[in-house]
Design a protein around this ligand. Structure first.
Ligand code: GLU
Length: 437
């Protein structure tokens, strides 16, 4: 699938106080600007939140299996830490660049503020296709990247987690490398330097499914508040990685029907519903959904037009463009990916009366359970899955209710409302702490 479908990038409206915002980062800035207007925030607030605090770029050599040395470039953008340590995933994808990482880091700041966990926002990654490397090469890449970042990350400073192209094993390699560089007495206390680890090495139960589970909790809360339920809702999921797969599984458990699934290899459709477990087994052996016997094949554009109630973009950013927004049949879009809806598409959806549940709420389950993992590591504790799920449900239901209340107060979209809630928390702390010196 193409990763960008052609909406014009609005270079015309670069904010005057910030010279370096560009495409995807500009989308993120434009999103919080709308809420900043509603709240009447000052230029100083806006400039601080449009500017990442630190941007770290590291170039590092890695030995490949055939003896060659590749020099790779890694990024870590630490956007804001007003509310707590920098927090956010590490992405391995060919599309990773400074602009993308800036945008993703910015979204993390608003996501953690919205769900009211004591973290700031960060993101990082390497511009590689992880499928092009052996497991041994990937381990050396991850360890050398962690070494190159050195003290730019830390258990109470900046805490990475999985994102696209990385997983629990990646986090265990990062944790092991970081703790091997710590003093002997600190090797265990520093393991909270990353979250999303395997349960055996100190990860939290429920972290693997947390983003998909969170999406289901948020959709459930939103439907309940509008007098409806998940039961029988027909869902189309774009992307069948960690987020899409677990969204499909948890939605089906809650009574929904998955009628269409798309990924980078193709799309399939079955109006009677498909079993996410079968789809997962198929995609893990065939490296994609294409050819899965559970449904009829669809073209990429047919997928976006498919008859459904709920559409979940859970792949890359900028997937739901204006042309696709004109055709979608769903009455609600809930964003599993970060930034999947272009600003132009958002206007089309708004005109058509289609609700968009924004990424910073829809996919906040991942970082919320990351916070639970960090707390468990600090306390030397291990919570049950039932405990993790019930705490996650409570935080996401609260964030959904606060978003709905702000949407009512300002008669605005759920995205603007979510940013209002986050901005109020951020600016309260920024104002009380002031600017040093
Ligand atoms: N990468 C995930 C996100 O975009 C999770 C980040 C985290 O757990 O820190 O929200």
């Amino acid at each position: 699938m193409s990763d960008f479908c052609g909406d014009a990038l609005s270079s015309a409206c670069f904010p005057p106080y910030c010279s370096f915002v560009s495409s995807l980062h500009l989308n993120a800035v434009r999103q919080f600007e709308r809420a900043a207007d509603l709240l009447g925030l000052t230029d100083a607030h806006r400039a601080i939140l449009a500017s990442p605090t630190n941007e770290v770029i590291v170039n590092f050599p890695v030995s490949m299996d055939d003896g060659r040395i590749e020099v790779l470039t890694g990024y870590r953008v630490q956007h804001n830490n007003a509310l707590g340590p920098f927090k956010g995933g590490m992405r391995f994808s060919p599309a990773v660049d400074l602009d993308e990482v800036r945008a993703l880091a910015t979204w993390m700041t608003f996501k953690t503020a919205l769900v009211d966990i004591p973290f700031g926002g960060a993101k990082g990654g390497i511009a590689i296709d992880p499928r092009a490397y052996s497991a041994e090469e990937l381990e050396r890449i991850v360890r050398r990247f962690t070494f190159a970042l050195g003290s730019n990350i830390g258990p109470d400073h900046d805490i990475p987690a999985p994102d696209m192209g990385t997983n629990a094993q990646t986090m265990v390699w990062m944790m092991d490398t970081y703790s091997s560089m710590a003093s002997a007495a600190d090797r265990h206390t520093v393991r909270r330097v990353v979250t999303g680890k395997t349960v055996a090495t100190g990860g939290s139960r429920g972290r693997d499914k947390a983003t998909g589970q969170g999406l289901t909790f948020v959709l459930d809360a939103w439907l309940n508040r509008t007098g409806d339920t998940i039961d029988g809702k027909r869902v189309a999921v774009q992307g069948f990685g960690n987020v899409g797969e677990h969204a499909a599984r948890t939605l089906v458990k809650a009574g929904a029907i998955v009628v269409a699934v798309a990924d980078h290899t193709g799309a399939i459709h079955n109006p009677d519903g498909m079993n996410p477990e079968h789809l997962w087994q198929y995609t893990s052996t065939h490296r994609g959904i294409k050819g899965a016997p559970d449904g009829e094949p669809l073209t990429e554009e047919e997928f976006w037009r498919v008859d459904c109630d709920v559409l979940i973009p859970a792949a890359l950013e900028n997937q739901l463009c204006a042309d696709r927004a004109r055709d979608i049949q769903a009455t609600v879009v809930i964003e599993g990916a970060n930034g999947p809806t272009t600003p132009e598409a958002e206007e089309v959806l708004e005109d058509r009366g289609i609700t968009v549940i924004p990424d910073i709420l829809g996919n906040a389950g991942g970082v919320t359970v990351s916070y639970f993992e960090w707390v468990q590591n600090r306390a030397g504790d291990a919570w049950t899955l039932a405990d993790v799920d019930s705490r996650l449900r409570r935080l996401l239901h609260e964030a959904t209710d606060e978003t709905l209340a702000a949407a009512k107060e300002f008669a605005c979209s759920l995205r603007d409302a979510a940013y209002v809630v986050a901005l109020r928390r951020l600016t309260t702390v920024m104002d009380q702490r002031g600017v040093f010196p």
